[in-house]
Design a protein around this ligand. Structure first.
Ligand code: SF4
Length: 373
């Protein structure tokens, strides 16, 4: 199995919390598409495996592309790879880019999963996040996706937004449940240095984030959604049975993927590499037939640490048989350090498997880093 990630580095406006790589100028979009197609020509041999089970258009905002541009990219991928019959092809979309004609054309091109950046169903929160849509538009677009016949849909929601109450969050989740959508990605707002929202908090324009309230929102979500038939299969992700996001699951379980576009990351099992995060330099380099990537070879310690970090994020956890494969040093280290977390019930043991409890998920990063070698 293998996947392709396509980073589309354009957005219509800058969200206040965002520190991803993108440009708000669409002037270079045509150049970018041509360069992107060329990168596929140059880099398709990165993956040994030619059978693809997932393609993911992320960004940035992939829905700024036209259906024709998306079709061109998929045709180019088709030239070099075998798309498995049950392949998942996801497009991240912003609600204000969606209309029926666009959706129908995408369906014909093979897109079969939508991930909609809703973030909140409250206009006051969308304003704080500086999103370009409002709540009514999000609901209209989600209904349109359903009418056109897409069944595999995700929405993103953000909790812990400054000024947001538990009641606000409960209403967001109620709206989500009423819409009968099979997958939810829900993220705790993190305030990244250098973002607009970080500046607004520093200058007292808006309040900071209440960490205790965010933890309560996380625990409430876990309880409500599991009661409503969702599996909390990764810290930030919930799915109805069988509707796990294949692209993300492959990433967490160490399946190789090729990342294309500025700032995109790739992984082949032994190395990681990432493209330069600059549209202009990316275009110039690819046009000289050079992939502008930095490459890192993973040591056995890196691989073990990554296994801890990604494995523990999921409901499948980490497995002692897998840890044994790393060697005695790693097994000894794991057995010595896991005891305190099982003792505090932050990690639950089930035969050979260890996974985070719901409460343990609140401390996932700290726990994983204490298990690093
Ligand atoms: S749409 Fe996504 S990538 Fe673009 S600015 Fe907003 S959060 Fe960042």
């Amino acid at each position: 199995m293998a996947g392709i990630y396509l980073h589309i580095p354009f957005c219509r406006q800058k969200c206040s919390y965002c520190n991803f790589y993108f440009s708000v100028s669409l002037k270079t979009k045509d150049d970018f598409i041509n360069t992107f197609l060329k990168e596929i020509d140059l880099n398709h041999n990165y993956l040994q495996q030619k059978d693809l089970d997932s393609i993911y258009f992320g960004g940035g905002t992939p829905s700024v592309l036209s259906a024709k541009e998306i079709d061109l990219i998929l045709n180019k991928i088709n030239k070099y790879f075998n798309l498995k019959p049950d392949i998942e092809i996801t497009l991240e979309a912003n609600p204000d880019d969606v209309n029926k004609e666009f959706l129908s054309d995408l369906k014909k091109s093979g897109i079969n999963r939508f991930s909609m950046g809703v973030q909140s169903f409250h206009d006051k929160e969308l304003k704080i996040l500086n999103r370009s849509h409002n709540s009514a538009k999000a609901i209209e677009s989600l209904n349109m996706i359903k009418e056109v016949g897409f069944k595999n849909t995700n929405i993103d929601l953000i909790f812990g937004i400054p000024g947001s109450s538990m009641d606000d969050w409960k209403k967001n989740l109620d709206t989500f449940l009423k819409m009968d959508i099979p997958h939810l990605s829900c993220y705790n707002l993190t305030i990244e240095p250098g973002t607009i929202i970080a500046h607004q908090i520093q200058t007292g324009k808006i309040n900071g984030v209440d960490d205790d309230l965010s933890a309560d929102m996380f625990m409430y979500t876990d309880e409500l959604l599991t009661k409503n038939g969702f599996e909390h299969y990764e810290i930030s992700n919930y799915a109805k049975e069988g509707k796990y996001a294949l692209h993300n699951t492959n990433y967490w379980t160490g399946i190789p993927y090729l990342g294309l576009g500025p700032s995109a990351h790739s992984f082949d099992g032994n190395t990681r590499q990432w493209n330069i995060a600059n549209n202009r330099k990316y275009i110039a380099s690819i046009n000289k037939n050079i992939i502008p990537a930095t490459i890192e070879t993973l040591t056995p310690d890196d691989k073990f640490n990554e296994y801890m970090m990604t494995g523990l994020r999921t409901m499948w956890g980490v497995n002692i048989k897998e840890i044994e494969k790393f060697g005695d040093k790693y097994l000894y280290h794991f057995n010595k350090n896991i005891i305190k977390f099982t003792g505090e019930e932050l990690i639950l043991k089930n035969e050979d498997n260890y996974k985070l409890s719901s409460r343990g998920m609140l401390y996932a990063d700290r726990i994983a880093s204490e298990l690093f070698i």
